[in-house]
Design a protein. Sequence first.
Length: 108
Amino acid sequence: MQDDLDDLLARAARRPEVPSDALMERVLADALALQPHAPAFRPAARPGFLARLAGLFGGPPALAGLGTAAVFGLAMGYLSPTTLDYLTGASTETADFFPEADFLTTEG
């Protein structure tokens, strides 16, 4: 039984089957249809003036911090204690954190 199978396989190995041309054309057509297509070439868009300016400062996160600091600085400059007194009608003398600011300029 084993010898019969060996003979059959040896005969098949001596005469390999060649696929027909029609079969090969269908297989190749299916393979080409499934290949991914290359994306169309588009030149990179040049960034605008504001994008380049933001890049000089470090990008959007740095500009957000810079804008926040600028708004806070303007608010602190406008809302000085005298302006706050004028707007609210209250007095800022209730909380005197630094009664004398001379300690900032003296040595020792």
